[in-house]
Design a protein around this ligand. Structure first.
Ligand SMILES: NC(=O)c1ccc[n+]([C@@H]2O[C@H](COP(=O)([O-])OP(=O)(O)OC[C@H]3O[C@@H](n4cnc5c(N)ncnc54)[C@H](O)[C@@H]3O)[C@@H](O)[C@H]2O)c1
Ligand SMILES: N/C(=C/C=C\C=O)C(=O)O
Length: 490
């Protein structure tokens, strides 16, 4: 929807209609300083309208069979796939030249959004319930599950459509109606998806999207008494706020939060595979993936060799403008985020750590028009203490720390010695060791001799401060439904 001066003007999608908002946020392209698009600055009024639409749509949608709902999700997946390139361009360019690379948007973000709908369109057809018998009492017990109602879905800026659809798909497949709030920093592809909903057969009011900031529209949504469940992905501070606001209503919460993910590399690791994969796990999407590696523990006997080869490979990781298909990573999401990431490197230097490559060491070569962009080189820190903030806090940027270890027991203790517990990688050719170490790491996800191979059927999520609950075929189904145990006496 073109707006003032031909700029993109997004609109809320409520009750199957695009509705203008009373006020808008200007979203700036930081590499030019110009307004890029206008995002609705929604508030209580818009949330109320969305709740009314979702409430009205719930009886009809929840009473459809899983088979009927599955067909709608399949059609939506087909329509998204037909718009893949358009969506990828938008995902990459959203927020101007500071977006993600077009290659990552084309090969990961949008294909996974399509797959999310396909996956839950299938999984909704195969869930089973439980049943037991008490013959001595002539009783039969069984469970039934039903959709909860209106689900609030709040998603972050790093993988916009990928993570938004990872919530929308299971929620509506189970028969709920939803009110989604994507990040105000990356709202365009969510808005573009709304244009496909009617054609896919999604009834008005089943999917509602309200755009705007967390404190204004996000808080109105999570505190609304008619919204019984909240699926949130984002930072821990925000999760804490959401828990406070939802507590009076005893809402069902799914919280997918941050990580400080270790890679544990033993001396018998296959470095020809380990190094390129660990470069990718450290710097993909500018390190702005919750599953990215940010602490690398290397067994001492191979530490020097690993460090030399890892730094060489990190220097080959191409930083470029998002529209360059050969770029491995683009710019960080905002000036504030870039400064936050840089501040960690400054702290590391002050603590006496060594910066082996990247920020402040190597020169960043960019076209003149992009030199105002929020770009940063992949950065490797060594000689850093476990107690350093660089080893304890989520940086969420292209920065990773590399430190040596000696024994298996030592590295497990050190890898676990953070408040987070989301993901980890373990590299060794010893199958007994990878199983043993994986079981002892305090992470919800452990990849061994690989990274980011996603099995959507199995639980996804973190422990400790990385979140509450899990997402996946069975886990999302159980989150987005209420279970009831029925006993029948013969
Ligand atoms: N575990 C995962 O699956 C996962 C995935 C991606 C990102 N993350 C985490 O998300 C963080 C980066 O994303 P971010 O910066 O968008 O996080 P964020 O918490 O700032 O924002 C996430 C979403 O919450 C909204 N929000 C902010 N304040 C709110 C409030 N008071 N009430 C309601 N909603 C509010 C935002 O508008 C946005 O839509 C990192 O910590 C990263 O690790 C986790
Ligand atoms: N939920 C997922 C998150 C992945 C990366 C987040 O930054 C997923 O892969 O399903």
């Amino acid at each position: 929807m073109a707006g003032r001066g031909g700029l993109l003007m997004l609109e809320n999608f409520i009750g199957g209609k695009f509705l203008p908002c009373s006020s808008y946020l200007d979203s700036y392209d930081p590499s030019t300083g110009e307004v890029y698009c206008h995002v609705p600055n929604s508030g209580k009024e818009e949330v109320e309208a969305a709740v009314e639409a979702a409430r009205a749509a719930f009886p009809g949608w929840s009473s459809r069979s899983p088979q009927e709902r599955s067909q709608v999700l399949q059609r939506l997946a087909d329509l998204l796939e037909q718009s893949l390139e358009e969506l990828a361009q938008a995902e990459s360019k959203d927020q101007g030249e500071r977006g993600k690379t077009i290659t990552l948007a084309r090969t990961m973000d949008i294909p996974r959004a399509v797959h999310n709908f396909r996956f839950f369109a299938s999984s909704i057809l195969h869930h089973t319930s439980e049943c037991t018998q008490m013959d001595h009492l002539g009783c039969l017990h069984y469970t039934v599950r039903a959709p909860v109602g209106i689900a609030a879905l709040i998603s972050p800026w790093n993988l916009p459509l990928y993570l938004l659809t990872w919530k929308i798909a299971p929620a509506i497949a189970a028969g709920n109606t939803v009110i989604a709030k994507p990040s105000e920093l990356t709202s365009v592809t969510a808005w573009m998806m709304c244009r496909l909903l009617e054609k896919a057969g999604v009834p008005p009011g089943v999917v509602n999207i309200v755009f705007g900031t967390g404190p204004r529209v996000g808080e109105a949504l999570v505190s609304h008494p008619e919204v019984p469940l909240i699926s949130f992905t984002g930072s821990q501070p925000t999760a804490e706020r959401i828990m406070q606001l939802s507590a009076p209503h005893c809402k069902k919460l799914s919280l997918e939060l941050g990580g400080k993910n270790p890679a544990v590399i033993f001396e018998d690791a296959n470095l020809a595979e380990c190094i390129p994969t660990t470069v990718r796990s450290s710097f993909a999407n500018q390190g702005e993936i919750c599953l990215c590696t940010s602490r690398i523990f290397v067994q001492r006997s191979i530490y020097s060799e690993f460090l030399k080869r890892f730094v060489e490979a990190a220097r080959m990781w191409k930083v470029g403008i998002p529209s360059d298909p050969s770029a491995d990573m683009g710019a960080l999401i905002s000036k504030a985020h870039l400064e936050k990431v840089r501040s960690y490197i400054k702290k590391a230097r002050m603590e006496g750590a060594q910066i082996l490559c990247g920020e402040g060491v190597d020169k960043l070569n960019l076209p003149p028009r992009n030199q105002a962009g929020y770009f940063m080189l992949p950065t490797v820190i060594t000689d850093v203490k476990d107690e350093s903030c660089c080893m304890k806090e989520e940086i969420f940027g292209p920065v990773t720390c590399v430190v040596p270890f000696d024994s298996e027991e030592e590295v497990i203790q050190r890898a676990n010695n953070v408040k987070y517990g989301l993901a980890a990688t373990v590299w060794s050719g010893n199958v007994g060791r990878v199983h043993r170490v994986a079981k002892k790491l305090q992470s919800g996800l452990v990849w061994t001799n690989c990274w980011l191979i996603r099995e959507l059927n199995l639980p996804f999520g973190g422990m400790k401060s990385s979140g509450v609950g899990r997402e996946g075929a069975k886990d999302s189904y159980e989150f987005f439904t209420e279970v009831k145990t029925i006993t029948v006496k013969h």
